[in-house]
Write a protein that binds this ligand. Structure first.
Ligand SMILES: [Fe+2]
Length: 202
């Protein structure tokens, strides 16, 4: 079972998610949708509703975890599983704990959201380089965290190569999505008209 986009927004409201986390999640959803529609257009199997709602809800337990010190990916996974949204839970878990796929495997919704999240710093679309520099500054407090972030960085460059070898543009094209101002409107419109809607974006 997958929530509709309306239900996903309702959940964000019900859980009292702060505006800055919603803005971040909308940008992650926008990038995911853009990549997902292109992949769909070239014949890849992508579940667009799962992709967009998963992206929108990926940080649903982030704020709560800041207050309680719990792990936001695992907390989000359990929360969604209990609601009957297991696949959304899988995406939430994988935005931190992504399993490595072989280089030629089809790109999963989990991988797209994981990557899109690493292209958004707060609510700004950036390069992987900028995002990891910021993550290392903020979270690289000890040797274990630095090693974990370096592992994640390598994994994301590999993932970027896998995704973009199938697409007709380079990772820099994603930066142009920063021009989209009415992100929520684009999400609602494009989720219905994918894959042809990508022309609305840029
Ligand atoms: Fe995020």
């Amino acid at each position: 079972m997958i929530p509709s986009l309306e239900e996903a927004y309702f959940l964000l409201k019900k859980e009292k998610i702060p505006e800055h986390i919603i803005k971040h999640s909308e940008k992650v959803a926008l990038i995911s949708l853009f990549i997902g529609c292109f992949l769909k257009e070239i014949g890849e199997k992508v579940d667009i509703s799962l992709l967009v709602t998963g992206a929108l809800l990926h940080d649903i337990k982030k704020y709560e975890s800041i207050l309680t010190g719990e792990n936001h990916a695992l907390l989000g996974y359990e929360f969604m599983e209990k609601m009957g949204y297991k696949r959304i839970g899988d995406i939430i878990k994988a935005h931190i704990y992504l399993e490595i796929s072989s280089f030629d495997a089809p790109i999963s919704e989990e991988e797209i959201v994981h990557y899109a999240d690493k292209r958004v710093m707060h609510d700004k679309i950036v390069t992987l380089k900028e995002r990891f520099e910021d993550l290392k500054k903020r979270y690289g407090k000890d040797k274990q965290s630095i090693l974990r972030l370096e592992f994640l960085e390598k994994l994301n460059y590999r993932l970027e190569k896998r995704i973009f070898k199938k697409l007709p543009f380079t990772p820099d094209k994603i930066l142009e999505l920063e021009k989209v101002k009415e992100v929520r409107d684009v999400l609602f419109r494009c989720i219905k008209n994918c894959p042809s809607c990508w022309r609305d974006f840029i």
